[in-house]
Design a protein around this ligand. Structure first.
Ligand code: NAP
Length: 326
């Protein structure tokens, strides 16, 4: 592991999250000093797994910050050379999407970027956007389609079908780029698909909980097409996007587009004794998967972990946490 981060201080917002916990771990492994933000320093479920990482005692500082409080990130960002903005609410259904999803995503992004403008030492900001700000529109998706970074999701389509989480991510990305251009911030946005893999934090996040629910009882109905990517690859892509001087613009991060029955078949092959819901295993895809370009992500030096490995490590992680027994 390169120690290219020695002597450098970076900030990770939402440090206790699924992706961010891996990012903090990899940054510490590379010698960086990390200022991580969490909503509450008093919640051990959000802090203990970070504090027990190797190097954390010497080089991890935790700060309280909330996306919707102006100036909340000032302290954590002060003195940094880079900021990784991962914090954002991640859930799909909401009775008050403006307050629960859109405001924290959009105002939170601007809040973080406003803190960055005050710190001249910052060289680059990397924002964790999503593939949902790239591909959601009326274009029919079939196996001949290759989605890439030139695609933009359709806000009106999202409003019409009440896709509030994608709308929040679209608006946050748009606001981020506008602010960055107006204020001379070097910004890179990353667009991961459905992120799975081993879980460092004690409680499951949304994307891994969906997989657990499908494996356990098949109750999770959506989505049936996964744009899968390994959490370790997503975390590493953040570092590559920061460290590579020529990185710029948007990067899609998807290893494979797979129907959930394909994911179930991988699990069945690896764990034949695990009692999987028959209905989902035998399900026929309602449409054939399309593709997402890996070209730009690979140009950063990212080598994607094969889906089979990611699925295996996800299930092993559930087993370790006693969420699945077999
Ligand atoms: P996660 O584990 O739920 O992490 C989200 C983080 O955001 C948590 O640390 C959470 O803090 C923080 N957060 C939420 N609302 C906040 C607020 N008002 N103020 C401060 N912090 C707040 O989810 P994740 O999967 O790692 O997602 C991280 C990022 O990746 C998000 O931007 C998400 O949109 C993006 N993403 C995720 C996926 C995926 O499949 N997982 C795919 C594409 C993009 P608490 O710890 O206090 O709750």
């Amino acid at each position: 592991m390169s120690r290219g981060g020695e002597g450098k201080v970076v900030c990770v917002t939402g440090a206790s999250g699924f992706i961010a916990s891996w990012l903090v771990k990899l940054l510490l492994d590379r010698g960086y000093t990390v200022n991580g933000t969490v909503r509450s320093l008093d919640d051990p479920k959000r802090t203990e797994h970070l504090l027990s990482l190797e190097g954390a005692r010497e080089r991890l500082n935790l700060f309280e910050a909330n996306l919707i409080e102006d100036g909340s990130f000032d302290l954590a960002i002060d003195g940094c050379v880079g900021v990784f903005h991962t914090a954002s609410p991640v859930f799909l259904s909401s009775s008050n999407p403006q307050e629960e999803l859109i405001d924290p995503a959009v105002k939170g992004t601007l809040n973080v970027l406003r803190s960055c403008v005050k710190v001249p030492s910052i060289k680059r900001v990397v924002i964790t956007s999503s593939i949902v700000s790239v591909f959601i529109n009326r274009i029919p998706l079939d196996p001949s389609v290759i989605i890439d970074e030139t695609w933009y999701s359709d806000q009106e389509f999202c409003k019409e079908f009440q896709h509030w989480y994608p709308l929040a991510k679209i608006l946050a990305e748009e606001a981020g780029w506008k602010f960055a251009k107006e204020n001379g911030i070097d910004l890179v946005t990353l667009h991961p698909g459905w992120v799975i893999g081993p879980v460092l934090q004690p409680t499951l996040n949304y994307s891994t909980e969906v997989i657990l629910n499908v494996v356990k009882d098949g109750t999770e109905a959506i989505p049936n097409i996964y744009r899968c990517v390994d959490v370790r690859d997503v975390a590493y892509a953040h570092i590559l996007a920061f460290e590579n001087p020529s990185a710029s613009g948007r990067y899609c991060l998807v290893e494979k587009v797979a129907h959930r029955s394909e994911v179930m078949k991988i699990i069945h092959k690896l764990y034949p004794t695990l009692n999987l819901p028959k209905r989902i295993e035998d399900e026929k895809p309602d449409r054939a998967p399309y593709q997402v370009s890996k070209q730009r992500a690979e140009s950063l030096g990212l080598k994607f972990t094969p889906l089979e490995v990611t699925v295996k490590d996800t299930v092993e992680s559930f087993k370790e946490k006693n969420l699945l027994s077999f």
